[in-house]
Design a protein around this ligand. Structure first.
Ligand code: 6LW
Length: 502
């Protein structure tokens, strides 16, 4: 049987995986979005279901000052003696910390901060009980011993390895396999020069000897549909096979551009005769690969329509930064998501009324029914296709000079312009976005019938190569008072996300 890469599509970078029995758990980074660190479960490494997030409480995660692509960087997940640990960095508040749980389907602990520099931390539990904290700092990999109960550092950070000479050696992971300690890292930067390299030692502290076959994964300078492969983590199946999860991108057009962010890929790992792992086909991977012995079990399909009927939001939804509880509610109006805009606009480093899900398919249709009647000039609500505070498109109802209007607006760097507007008298509207690989089309209808198309924007102008940063495009329902708090609320009673049939 074959499987399709990426195994988790859309903005899901920096994957880390662990196994407990025949259950696999995987986390990805989340930057300025709340809750932090999406958490997935799988029985087969191919089909993943999002359980929720690791960092769900404001006490666990302060994103109030996180700029776009600040906040939570790459996490590592590990299981040790029945306890699960997730370690990461809040680059905007507090630095390195970990949380733990004995039930990955439940709540995780408050953060335990660790006074160790750098990003991309990992915890390695050695057989003698020593716990090593390893991270990337100052163009090198550094390690200290810690007390995992308190987070206190028990030794000074010491230098381990710089990798093979690529920029940004990062995402270190240590594995005890056979008689060796392997130290695997990403190098080259998370863009087109990305790669994965490995070294080994008889001791966790080194000295580490570089693998003669490095890099063990890279697509740099190859003619491939997948690029930027790297930032890998290894896992062994109960049957003894090894697999790697890692990030990659799917650029398109010329020159290359990608707008769905960095996604999570999977590839088999084979071992050379001299005892080194190689990822995929001699360090390269494809969109269709053999699942080998993996016991494929398709995950349940996520329903197209979100009815907002439950007391909490489904795991796919996200807020911008530390959410303001006054900005949103469920159930205030029956079976509706209600957004009440505050003064913050989508162009700022703040917490606007914003509830978003990732774009996970190049071709997809999004629609939402909104009831909204702006009472004051500047009150605005609608749907945004959002890459970051400087690059986004929106279709919205607003009031300008006493008149209610439907607008289509584009924010592209320093350009900010309403491209189309029309008088709007109804307090009910269905907003539509149709995405293809090249273009977003924005339209409206009254009950969800064929939309009247009202504006469009290139996907390439929201791409990472243009907009910068570490994230990918999200579709968000939002509201803003453009400088003051809205008196009028926007009510959304359904939201559709439908991948186009292949
Ligand atoms: C991640 C690090 C990186 O923590 O980007 O470029 C950071 N390298 O590995 C955000 O994904």
């Amino acid at each position: 049987m074959n499987y399709k890469n990426p195994v988790i599509t859309g903005f899901h970078p920096d994957p880390s995986v662990c196994r407990s029995g025949d259950d696999y758990y995987l986390v990805t980074s989340s930057f300025e979005y709340f809750p932090g660190v999406p958490l997935f479960h799988s029985k087969d490494l191919v089909n993943w279901t999002q359980l929720g997030h690791v960092l769900t409480r404001p006490e666990q995660l302060d994103l109030s000052r996180a700029p776009s692509s600040g906040g939570v960087f790459a996490p590592t997940i590990r299981e040790h003696n029945g306890r699960f640990y997730m370690v990461t960095t809040n680059v905007t508040a507090g630095g390195n910390f970990f949380v733990y749980t004995d039930d990955p389907h439940g709540e995780w602990s408050d953060p335990i901060f660790v006074d160790h520099p750098g990003i991309d931390p990992e915890l390695f539990f050695d057989e003698d009980g020593t716990v090593y904290f390893t991270s990337s700092s100052n163009q090198g990999i550094y390690q200290s011993k810690i007390d995992v109960k308190t987070g206190l550092r028990l030794s000074e950070p010491t230098f381990l390895w710089t990798g093979t000479g690529g920029q940004y050696p990062e995402a270190p992971h240590i594995y005890r396999i056979g008689n060796w300690y392997y130290l695997m890292v990403a190098e080259g930067g998370t863009e087109y020069g990305h790669m994965e390299t490995i070294a080994r030692s008889e001791r966790p502290e080194g000295p580490y000897e570089s693998c003669p076959h490095n890099p063990i994964l890279t697509h740099r300078s190859l003619l491939k549909s997948i690029h930027a492969t790297g930032h890998a983590d290894l896992v062994q199946t109960p049957e003894g096979d090894w697999w790697a999860v890692f990030l990659g991108i799917r650029p398109h057009g010329y020159p290359n551009k990608h707008h769905l962010g960095r996604e999570t890929f999977l590839a088999p790992v084979t071992w050379t005769e001299d005892g080194w792992p190689i990822i995929g086909d001699n360090g390269t991977v494809s969109e269709t690969m053999s699942a080998g012995n993996l016991p494929l079990q398709p995950a349940a399909a996520v329903p197209v329509r979100e009815h907002f009927e439950t007391s909490s939001l489904a795991p796919c939804w996200n807020f911008m930064r530390s959410p303001n509880p006054d900005n949103w509610s469920l159930g205030e109006k029956e079976s509706c998501l209600t957004l009440r805009g505050n003064e913050t606009t989508l162009n700022e480093i703040g917490a606007p009324a914003f509830v978003a899900r990732r774009q996970q398919h190049f071709d997809c249709d999004v629609a939402a029914h909104m009831a909204f009647a702006p009472q004051h000039d500047g009150e605005e609500a609608g749907i945004t296709v959002y890459m970051n505070d400087r690059f986004h498109y929106e279709l919205a109802v607003t009031r300008i000079a006493g008149e209610c209007k439907l607008i289509f607006r584009r924010k592209l760097g320093s350009l900010w312009k309403i491209e189309n507007e029309a008088p709007w008298t109804s307090d009910s509207i269905v907003l539509h976005v149709k995405a293809t690989k090249e273009q977003y089309s924005f339209g409206f209808s009254s009950k969800g019938e064929t939309p009247f198309w009202f504006g469009s924007g290139e996907t390439s102008l929201l791409a990472t190569e243009v907009a910068g940063g570490f994230t990918g495009v999200l579709f968000a329902l939002y509201a803003t008072g453009n400088g003051s708090r809205c008196e009028s609320s926007a009510h959304f009673d359904w939201f559709d996300y439908e991948a186009a049939k292949q």
